[in-house]
Design a protein around this ligand. Structure first.
Ligand SMILES: Nc1ncnc2c1ncn2[C@@H]1O[C@H](COP(=O)(O)OP(=O)(O)OP(=O)(O)O)[C@@H](O)[C@H]1O
Length: 287
């Protein structure tokens, strides 16, 4: 069986009714705050709950997700756009319901505006039409490529740590890249307690209210600083698999439930058709 047929076969084994692909960008103001670790574990939690999930690594310059997931991404979307390989060749099936799509750090992907290859990619991308959640690990900061990924996504999760520089940079992302969004979810990471997470949230929310205006900043939850997280990173495993009952996993499961609830609610009042390939079409139009 060729790779495209294998993927189609995996897509057909579904446990939940497919209601379109929801795209969720995970971003941060500053690098090294845990964005990739939380993206991978959030995707894993959704996959464990029966959703079909693709993780799109848009931060490949600082190659991360393949390391975290302990796989080797030989080629990425850039190779597809150059016509060097097929889309299905780059998709890595990590485990049941979880797929990795190695991307590129930004605009380079869509500089290759060969219409034939783009149309072919759009057609080939239909192998992942059954994906329920596309989680995008974007680059950190306010660069134009990251902004484009945020603009093309349905939801944005902003990760920050208690580090004052990370908080200032998180605010800068909201001001520069999210001022027009109705909703941005905040996910403080590496915190000492729920109270510390709340304090970070109210600080940023206060500054946003005074200076940016109508962005609906919502607390998605928090993840504590915990050696379980560090241990799983070192052993290249996911803490949500290794230690499902520890505080980081339980907290991230709570955040995932909140995300699912918010997305389901939004679906009730929008008829916008969402598809896996549709996200890349939106992205290409924006670049
Ligand atoms: N909750 C946590 N508890 C303990 N350590 C953590 C936690 N979250 C992240 N870390 C540490 O932070 C490091 C950086 O995490 P990660 O690579 O996910 O960050 P990132 O924001 O994606 O970085 P980059 O900007 O390079 O993409 C990890 O190696 C880990 O040691």
């Amino acid at each position: 069986m060729d790779q495209a047929s294998k993927l189609r076969d995996l897509m057909s084994k579904t446990t939940k009714p497919h209601k379109g692909t929801h795209t969720v960008a995970v971003t941060s103001g500053k690098g090294g705050v845990g964005k990739s670790t939380l993206s991978a574990n959030l995707a894993n939690i959704l996959a464990l709950n029966g959703y079909k999930v693709a993780l799109f690594d848009a931060d490949i310059g600082l190659a991360n997700l393949d390391v975290i997931l302990n796989v080797r991404a030989e080629q990425n979307l850039l190779n597809v756009m150059r016509g060097e390989c097929e889309f299905s060749d780059i998709v890595i099936n990590i485990k049941e319901n979880l797929f990795l799509v190695p991307g590129e750090s930004g605009a380079d992907i869509f500089k290759f505006n060969d219409k034939f290859l783009f149309d072919k990619f759009m057609n080939d991308a239909s192998v992942l039409e059954g994906i329920d959640y596309l989680i995008i690990d974007t680059g950190a900061g306010i660069g134009p490529a990251t902004q484009t990924f945020l603009d093309a996504s349905d939801e944005v999760i902003l990760v920050t740590t208690p580090d004052p520089a990370a908080i200032t940079d998180a605010y800068a992302v909201i001001k520069a890249s999210c001022a027009h969004r109705k909703r941005v979810f905040m996910l403080p990471n590496n915190v000492k307690s729920a109270q510390e997470a709340e304090r970070i949230f109210s600080t940023i929310a206060g500054v946003v209210r005074r200076n940016v205006g109508e962005v609906g900043l919502e607390m998605l939850g928090y993840v504590p600083n915990d050696k379980v997280v560090m241990r799983s990173i070192k052993s290249r495993t996911l803490f949500s698999d290794d230690a499902p009952n520890t505080e980081p996993s339980v907290c991230l499961k709570d955040a995932a439930s909140k995300l699912l609830y918010a997305v389901e609610q939004k679906m009730l009042d929008t008829s916008k058709e969402k598809s896996f390939a549709g996200f890349f079409k939106r992205l290409a139009e924006k670049f």
